[in-house]
Write a protein that binds this ligand. Structure first.
Ligand SMILES: Nc1ncnc2c1ncn2[C@@H]1O[C@H](COP(=O)(O)OP(=O)(O)OP(=O)(O)O)[C@@H](O)[C@H]1O
Ligand SMILES: [Mg+2]
Length: 261
C-alpha cells in the first residue's frame, strides 16, 4: 500500500472579509483547522461537509494553489509546495470553464501542453479520453457550444490526460445528469481498479455511498469524522441519513450555511 496523499495537520487562516484595515481591528478566521488525513493507492475517498465547511480551501492547499498557514501536504512523499509533486496529480475544479473559442480537442492540447506533454501524445489520447466521458466525436466542437454538463465532463477528461496516479475533484458530479453521474462513478471505480487514488468533495451522498471506500467530514474547518463507508451503511442506513445525524450531534445549529466567526 502506498500513501498517495498525506494532509498533515493543515490550518488556513484568512482575514475576515470586511474587517478593518487597521491592524488592531483585523479579525481572522480559521477556515481549515488542523486537518489530517491520508489516502492510499486503489482508494476512493469522499470529502464531505456543509457549504462553507472548508472543503475547497483544503483542496486548494493540496493543489498548491494556496499555502497552509501551518501544516503541510505530501503527494507521494513530495511536499505539495514543490511543483514536481504535481506531476502525478490530476484535478478537475468545481466549475470547469474553458476558452470559448477553442474546440474540445484544442482544450486538451493546450492543457496537456501546459503540463509538459507533447502534442502527438495528446492527439493520440484525445479520442479515448473523450469517449471515457461520453464526448466521443466532439473533439472539433467549440467549447462554447457545449452545455454546462458537457464542459464539466471535458474537465474530468482533461484531469486524466497525463494518466495521474492521484486524482482530485471538487464536486465532480454536481450539475451532471444521471447518465453523466453514472459515467463518472463507473470511471472512478475503473481507475481505482488500476491502482489510482481518488479524493473528491461532494454533496451527492448517494454517489459517495456507491463508490467511496472511506469518507471524511469537515465541519467549521475541523475533521469531525473519518471512517469506512461500509460502517455507515449498516442496517440499511444511507450515508445521507448518517451525515444528517452526525451533523445534528456535532453542531445542533448547523442547518444554515456556515458563517465563521
Ligand atoms: N479568500 C478567502 N478569504 C476569506 N475567507 C475565505 C476565502 N476563501 C474562502 N473563505 C471562507 O472559507 C470558508 C470555507 O470555504 P470553502 O470554499 O472551503 O467551503 P466549501 O466547504 O468548499 O463549501 P461549498 O460546499 O459551498 O463549496 C467559507 O466561510 C468562506 O467564506
Ligand atoms: Mg467548495
Amino acid at each position: 500500500m502506498t500513501v498517495a496523499l498525506d494532509i498533515k495537520n493543515v490550518t488556513k487562516i484568512y482575514e475576515k472579509p470586511g474587517s478593518s484595515t487597521f491592524g488592531f481591528a483585523k479579525r481572522f478566521v480559521k477556515v481549515v483547522d488542523g486537518v489530517s488525513l491520508a489516502i492510499n493507492d486503489s482508494e476512493i475517498y469522499g470529502f464531505l461537509g456543509l457549504n462553507g465547511a472548508g472543503k475547497t480551501t483544503t483542496i486548494k492547499m493540496v493543489l498548491g494553489l494556496i499555502q497552509p498557514t501551518s501544516g503541510a501536504v505530501d503527494i507521494f512523499g513530495k511536499d505539495a509546495r514543490e511543483p514536481a509533486s504535481r506531476a502525478c496529480l490530476g484535478f478537475a475544479p468545481e466549475r470547469s470553464s474553458f476558452y470559448d473559442y477553442l474546440t474540445a480537442g484544442e482544450v486538451l492540447e493546450t492543457l496537456g501542453g501546459l503540463s509538459g506533454m507533447d502534442q502527438k501524445t495528446i492527439r493520440a489520447k484525445t479520442p479515448e479520453l473523450l469517449e471515457l466521458v461520453a464526448l466521443e466525436g466532439e473533439d472539433r466542437t467549440l467549447v462554447k457550444n457545449f452545455s454546462k454538463g458537457m464542459q464539466q465532463r471535458l474537465g474530468i477528461a482533461q484531469s486524466l490526460l497525463a494518466d495521474p496516479a492521484l486524482l482530485i475533484f471538487d464536486e465532480p458530479t454536481t450539475g451532471l445528469d444521471p447518465f453523466g453521474r453514472k459515467i463518472f462513478k463507473d470511471l472512478m471505480v475503473r481507475l481505482k481498479g488500476q491502482g489510482k487514488a481518488i479524493f473528491f468533495s461532494s454533496h451527492q451522498l448517494m454517489d459517495v455511498q456507491e463508490i467511496c471506500d472511506r469518507v471524511g467530514v469537515i465541519h467549521r474547518g475541523k475533521l469531525v469524522h473519518e471512517g469506512p463507508v461500509a460502517e455507515l451503511v449498516r442496517e440499511g442506513r444511507t450515508v445521507e441519513k448518517w451525515f444528517i445525524e452526525l451533523l445534528g450531534q456535532v453542531d445542533p445549529g448547523a442547518k444554515k450555511p456556515i458563517q465563521l466567526d
